[in-house]
Design a protein around this ligand. Structure first.
Ligand code: ACO
Length: 309
């Protein structure tokens, strides 16, 4: 049994917060943010809840897949900003979609959340335990950001992305994956007692490049694919300098790397499904292409996944 990607969707809040807006809020500058991170603006959910963003992205993905929510048998939602401690945001989305008799749960793996969730969906399908799975990455990071801390508040944004995957007898879009965690490095990136994101940026930067490079090489080895054969790298969008360093280490030219961080900042678990949807919509991905996904985030967690789209 294989896993096919049959639909993608995204939802982004209306409000745009630019670097120039941030200049009026904290001691920062467009020049600092752009050169250090590549971010120009991000979206902020003033009115939308994380459940609403996740539901909107899911409806688009289901529509693109031509699948009715009632046909789903599993919903996995990755987030570090769940709407409530419980029920899970996956259950809240399930109710809004009107999906019935469906197995629903959240995954907490910060910025690696979406690839963790897609890996779990793939495992359920390959084990014969699910046929149609909705995999969502959704975040309202504006609620987890200390808006007085310039070292973090300039980095994050809100949004959601969703992918519908289906069991297939013929072939699999998921060729290989590796997922890891190292809780002893918690102090590099965590939520404090108030729930605000705290990080040691410089150490994380180095860890992120090394961990994602190793995970990418491992997943390529597993699938017997060389880096030159990769059509597009879709990395988690945390910092354009991390992405460029990773691409250089893997020997991938700029045109084989998808970057949209300038528009949305770091949307944690939502960043890869948003980028995947946009890359497909823009024609950057065609059926048959080899797509390499990789992420690193709080936990610490990291991993990589190779797709044959
Ligand atoms: N505006 C102006 N100056 C600033 C700002 C700001 N917004 N933020 C920090 N500075 C200052 C610092 O105070 C410091 O000043 P000093 O030299 O006088 O002490 C200087 O800029 C340099 O600070 P650094 O932290 O060393 O800057 P760096 O080049 O490392 O960039 C950044 C910081 C962007 C956070 C980078 O380290 C990074 O991207 N790290 C990785 C983030 C990441 O991958 N996170 C993982 C995923 S997130 C998740 O899972 C939720």
């Amino acid at each position: 049994m294989g896993t096919k990607i049959v639909g993608t969707g995204i939802a982004l809040p209306e409000k745009v917060l630019t670097n120039f807006d941030l200049e009026k809020m904290v001691d920062t500058s467009d020049e600092w943010i752009t050169t250090r991170t590549g971010i120009k603006e991000r979206r902020i959910a003033e009115k939308e809840t994380v459940t609403e963003l996740a539901t909107k992205a899911s409806l688009q993905a289901l529509q693109n897949a031509g699948i009715n929510p009632k046909e789903l048998d599993l919903i996995i939602l990755a987030t570090l900003t769940p709407e409530k401690r419980f029920p899970s945001t996956a259950c809240l989305v399930q109710a809004k979609l009107g999906a019935q008799k469906v197995y629903s749960f959240d995954i907490s793996a910060a910025c690696s959340g979406f690839i963790y969730a897609l890996d779990v969906a793939d495992s359920f399908i390959k084990a014969g335990k699910a046929k149609r799975v909705l995999v969502i990455g959704a975040e309202k990071l504006s609620e987890a950001v200390d808006w007085t801390d310039r070292s973090t508040c300039v980095l994050f944004g809100d949004g959601a992305g969703a992918v519908v995957v289906e069991a297939s007898q013929d072939s699999s879009d998921v060729l290989a994956s590796v997922m890891y965690s190292e809780g002893s490095l918690e102090e590099l990136l965590y939520a404090d007692r108030c729930g605000y994101i705290r990080m040691k940026g410089r150490e994380l930067f180095k860890f992120a490049v090394r961990a994602m490079e190793e995970a990418c090489r491992e997943v390529l080895n597993k699938a017997g694919v060389s880096p030159e054969e990769v059509s597009l790298l879709i990395p988690h969008q945390a910092n354009v300098r991390i992405i460029n360093a990773l691409a250089e280490k893997l020997g991938l030219p700029q045109e084989k790397v998808y970057i949209n961080i300038h528009k949305y900042g770091n949307t944690s678990a939502a960043s890869i499904p948003i980028a995947l949807h946009e890359a497909i919509s823009e024609g950057r991905i065609k059926r048959g292409d080899l797509i390499l996904l990789t992420a690193m985030g709080g936990g610490l967690t990291w991993g990589a996944m190779l797709l044959r789209y």
